[in-house]
Write a protein that binds this ligand. Sequence first.
Ligand code: FES
Length: 111
Amino acid sequence: MKYVGRVPKKTLDETPMVRVPYPPFDVLVARVGLRYYAIEDGCNHAGASLCEGFRVDDRVVCPLHAYVFELKTGKLLQPEELCDDQRTFVCEEQGNDVVVWDPGLLTIKGA
Ligand code: FES
């Protein structure tokens, strides 16, 4: 996996969503419950930054056309099937930080 970046847990406790630079689309990192999740920040509909949208519980609402994505899975929840799900990244807790990894575009079934 490729290293993306590192965010202090304290920052994620105080901020609903944090953008980590990772060109070209960057990565959105958020705490949901007691765990940390990361999805692509650039909305796959038309490219808006989801970090500039707003958060409702475990969801993010895109600032441009108000599509709704689940933060844990990147899944598009509303409206259905008008764009793809957001790509997901791997979050690993290391001490006081959350380290974000890019698993690549290939997924292994059953992994
Ligand atoms: S750019 Fe995100 S919903 Fe259109």
